[in-house]
Design a protein around this ligand. Structure first.
Ligand SMILES: CC(C)(COP(=O)(O)OP(=O)(O)OC[C@H]1O[C@@H](n2cnc3c(N)ncnc32)[C@H](O)[C@@H]1OP(=O)(O)O)[C@@H](O)C(=O)NCCC(=O)NCCS
Length: 201
């Protein structure tokens, strides 16, 4: 007698997390994620003043996506440190509160660092908890003579060298990079002559 065999198939839901470059269409989801991760205080952070109105460094904005939902974000920005250093500023890094402690923040960090190095960047700064960022090689060892306007607790200003010595002796303020001289000249002339006036009918 042939006995019918019944195989019970358990339902398994696999959540695949993908890290990919951010697209323009991710902007609303990214902002909602940052609201959920940081709340409104994010707009008052000193590093936010450096980022406001600027675009991130080319190719250095990443999102973590799961089932089509943006659950993580990291972006890096070009800044000037002291009188002679062009470096990156990382932040904000955020993972949705529902998705933490699964390695997504770590994966975003590792990916961003790898791409930044490949693109020839030599050092990254950020403002954050040394207890978290230390695992990615960030420390306050070489940032003691740097300051970020509005940041009272300088022990949270951390640096990571991707080329040996890239932060040696760095001192001064951290600020948005100056525009190239040509752009500044165009801006100055535009400021003098004002916007084009509409022609009288
Ligand atoms: C910080 C953040 C990006 C981490 O994302 P995540 O996906 O949970 O990170 P991971 O899963 O890769 O790592 C989790 C580990 O980091 C630790 N961790 C998270 N935030 C930490 C902090 N502020 N200080 C120290 N350790 C921290 C967790 O305890 C956990 O430790 P374990 O590996 O020993 O268990 C996320 O918590 C977040 O978006 N927080 C909101 C912003 C914030 O508070 N930032 C604080 C750092 S400046």
């Amino acid at each position: 007698m042939i006995q019918a065999q019944v195989t019970k198939v358990q339902e398994i839901h696999v959540q695949a997390t993908r890290i990919r470059q951010e697209k323009a269409s991710d902007a609303a989801a990214r902002e909602a994620l940052l609201d959920a991760a940081y709340g409104p205080v994010r707009f008052t952070k000193p590093s936010q003043r450096l980022r406001a109105g600027r675009a991130p460094a080319p190719g250095l904005s990443y999102v973590a996506v799961e089932d089509g939902r943006v659950i993580g974000s990291v972006r890096l920005w070009e800044v000037a440190a002291g009188s002679d250093r062009s470096v990156l500023l990382l932040g904000p890094l955020a993972v949705h509160p529902d998705c933490r402690n699964r390695g997504i923040g770590g994966a975003l960090m590792q990916h961003a660092l790898r791409v930044a190095r490949k693109r020839g960047h030599t050092a990254i700064l950020l403002v954050g908890d040394p207890a978290y960022y230390g695992r990615f090689g960030f420390s306050a060892e070489k940032t003691g003579k740097l300051w970020l306007p509005g940041l009272p607790d300088r022990s949270r200003l951390l640096g990571h060298e991707m080329a040996a010595g890239a932060l040696d002796g760095v001192r001064g303020s951290i600020r948005a990079p100056r525009k190239p001289a040509r752009t500044r000249l165009i801006d100055a002339v535009a400021g003098l002559i004002g916007p084009p006036q509409p022609k009288a009918a």
